[in-house]
Design a protein around this ligand. Sequence first.
Ligand code: ASP
Length: 440
Amino acid sequence: MIKVCKFGGTSMADGTNMQRVAEIIGSDPDRRYVVVSAPGKRFGGDTKITDLLYETARDVKTTGKTGEAFEKVRQRFLGIVSELKLDFDMANILDDTRKEIERENSEDFAASRGEYLSARVMAQLLGVEFVDARDVVKFDAEGALDGEKTFALVKSALKGKRSAVVAGFYGEDVCGKVKTFSRGGSDITGAIVARAVMADLYENWTDVSGCLACDPRIVNGPVGIRSMSYKELRELSYMGFNVLHSESVFPVKDGNIPICIKNTFRPEDDGTMIVPVSKYRYTGNAVTGIAGKKDFTVIFIEKSLMNSEIAFARKVLSVLEEHHISFEHMPSGIDTMSFVIDSEELRHGVLEEITEGIKSAVHPDAMRVFDDIALIAVVGHGMSRNVGTSARLFNAIAKAGINVRMIDQGSSELNIIVGVDNDNCDRAIAAIYEEFFGKK
Ligand code: ASP
């Protein structure tokens, strides 16, 4: 059995935590390949190594030299190595790293060094080989992960190695330059390694005992989700569940490899299992989780006989395409169509250009724009088995006195998306949670 384990920033924050990680790995011989993040925050108000490295990149851009931020990085790593009593010339590695950061003068390169250094320390602590992600994780000319190439390289790098530590978060582009994933991207590296070796399990170790049915800042002590499908996770993480990077599902999904989210600080807790739909077991709940995201804009278009006008949608979509705007949802009726777009994309006059463009492309009878809209995703395979789920959902929102601005239900019966005013978002989530989980 092969388990690939990814440890997040809090698990790597200092020597004590790294020691804890080493114990977790040592307690199960199946935990063979390890992917690590850069050291994260040790306490509230602390700064993540990655953030210090972004600051370092800015220093190098403006002065040509690393500055105070890199000195903090240096002290953190020297502290970790001395805390772990490792016989390891960290000072030398840090000197080389500083020179390379100055020479490369690249934000991605600087940011990647947190994972590079923490993987080197972890490999030393475990007494196993270090694998530089730069040699095995490859991006294509468009900047997307080159999956085929990457899986083959990871596989051959790990072939014959009983265990190894791989640095998370970065890889190399077609020009041979280091490139990072988006923030939190070590989760993706973990998934890549799991897929490459066709692991039996991808364990993602973090500082919470798995996923909760909704944001604990909104509801006090929400229930934990013991098991969910990749699809449910995808829907929820897209809408703001941030336990796992939303893109990390793809590599493991292709290999049907389950993910288990575990807590480094409470390893005995069950955590959350994320499994292929084929292995998903119905738990009896209509809803698995609820997530919300604020700050969307809805562009609503109305035109009589829109349904019979050939290419109506294409003309509207071309306007969005010309402005490089992607939309999140497109709820539509017989004579109406609306687009839900992240408000951030519509700033600096883009919204006005788009509405003008749509007017001249399709001459709608009416067009309205609503902003400050929050989307709430209520997700669960169980919905398709439970008659009346949407009635309960909308009843709960109505009872809380909240006006629903938009509804979108995917044809898969996996989720219902409800649009409400930003200000009502948290209250609506709390009301929905109470309806589906509170009465047990
Ligand atoms: N260290 C990176 C970040 O802070 C990547 C990661 O931790 O996954 O975003």
